[in-house]
Ligand binder design. Structure first.
Ligand code: GAR
Length: 216
């Protein structure tokens, strides 16, 4: 069985989207894969409830309990490795990770970010997009490198920015695409259709349009 470990910090809607897809498509049988555990750096993360409701093991490793980033990441890695992960998914995990951690999971660590990277890394991406006046915005799933919100891109979904959009209206349209894109990328990884090779994403047997989605 391929174990997927999801890291979250808050609401957990992307985690919920993965759990839903895994259930609907019966990943356990179809892919020999399952979400084996969910780890949060915050005890009050609402996403922990989604995990528990789905019968998935949860752990809280509170970053505030550690004096240094390295010590937090070491504890996090220990908890992840106890789950024997094939894939680690940053599903709204809002901590910068140390190079040692990132290198340990090279090729099996992916992140979702609410912008069309490399535009708008960091926080408040929808505000940044509106301020920049871009006409197209979106989300990106990528393998994690040592650059914050950086690394080889697996897939992107774009949405049009509408006249009169607010941060909230734009965020809602992007989030709907996140919920489609992330479970799809997790599935591809488990199917062996995408992998990281010499710093590049190698995709096999994917529809020409699968890795780039243009929504309304
Ligand atoms: C999502 O929009 C995700 O893309 C973003 O946090 C949100 C988490 O929402 N991640 C980042 O900004 C990473 N840099 P969720 O908890 O409802 O999935």
């Amino acid at each position: 069985m391929r174990n997927i470990v999801c890291l979250i910090s808050g609401r957990g809607s992307n985690l919920d989207a993965i759990l839903r897809r895994a259930r609907e498509e019966n990943w356990a049988q179809a892919l020999d894969a399952r979400v084996a555990g969910v780890i949060s750096n915050r005890a009050d993360a609402a996403g922990l409830q989604c995990a528990r409701a789905a019968g998935v093991a949860t752990r809280v490793i509170a970053h505030g309990d550690f004096a240094a980033r390295e010590a937090f990441d070491a504890a996090l890695a220990e908890a992840i490795d106890a789950l024997d992960p094939a894939l680690v998914v940053l599903a709204g995990f809002m901590r910068v990770l140390t190079p040692r951690f990132v290198d340990h999971y090279a090729g099996r660590l992916i992140n979702i970010h609410p912008s069309l990277l490399p535009a708008f890394p960091g926080l408040h991406t929808h505000r940044q997009a509106l301020a920049a006046g871009v006409k197209v915005h979106g989300c990106t799933v990528h393998f994690v490198s040592n650059e914050v919100d950086g690394g080889p891109i697996i897939a992107q979904a774009a949405v049009k920015v509408h006249a009169g959009d607010t941060e909230d209206s734009l965020a809602a349209r992007v989030l709907a695409q996140e919920h489609r894109l992330l479970p799809r990328c997790v599935r591809w990884f488990c199917e062996g259709r995408i992998r990281l090779e010499a710093g590049h994403v190698v995709a096999r047997g994917l529809d020409a349009d699968a890795q780039s989605v243009l929504a309304a």
